[in-house]
Design a protein around this ligand. Structure first.
Ligand code: URA
Length: 188
């Protein structure tokens, strides 16, 4: 584990720890406030993210941005990262060996950011962070505390594009996260 962002960012340059390194255009490291109390973890970059090197800049990200605006969450105040930092071809789910190879980078990011709250966006984030035994349908909207961090699983924003009814849950869940964030910041 690295103590500084510089060392961590340097360590990922030209990463070939897994096969996604052969097909990516850009490594999508993560973006936002490096001291954020609130962090979001998605699955992996899509085509737009691969092009631009930034997480959640495509259609799903735009939807997330809309929810942020509605709830008074500033994108630049939170930290956003993914389970894998390179795009899986055809936007398939990251495979277990790819997620495992990439996990130390994410762990290191969490150690450096020290968020109080982590919103897990979708099943891939939930299972990789909290364990295979969790299912998103049951877990979403429920706080899970682990090692001093409050985790809140919710739908992946891309799921809202496929099923509009999930928008209500997503909104509710982000509202919960914002409420918890406000409480934490009030007590600081
Ligand atoms: N979906 C994700 O999980 N992450 C992104 O960065 C973009 C889309």
């Amino acid at each position: 584990m690295y103590d500084t962002w510089e060392e961590l960012e340097k360590s990922i340059e030209n990463c070939k720890k897994c096969k996604l390194g052969d097909t990516r255009k850009n490594i999508v490291f993560g973006v936002g406030n490096k001291n954020a109390d609130l962090m979001f973890i998605g699955e992996g970059p899509g085509a737009d993210e691969d092009e631009q090197g930034e997480p959640f800049v495509g259609k799903a990200g735009k939807l997330m941005d809309k929810a942020f605006i509605g709830l008074g969450i500033k994108r630049e105040e939170v930290y956003i990262a993914n389970i894998v930092k390179c795009r899986p071809p055809q936007n398939r789910n990251p495979e277990a060996d790819e997620a495992t190879a990439c996990m130390d980078y994410l762990r290191n990011q969490v150690l450096l950011v020290k968020p109080k709250i982590i919103v897990l966006l979708g099943s891939v984030a939930l299972k990789n962070i909290l364990g295979e035994e969790y299912g998103i349908t049951k877990a979403r909207g429920n706080w899970i505390e682990k090692n001093g961090i409050q985790y809140l699983p919710t739908w992946h924003p891309a799921a809202l594009l496929r099923d509009e009814t999930k928008k209500i849950d997503f909104w509710k869940d982000l509202k919960l996260a914002k409420k918890m964030l406000d409480e934490i910041e009030k007590n600081n």
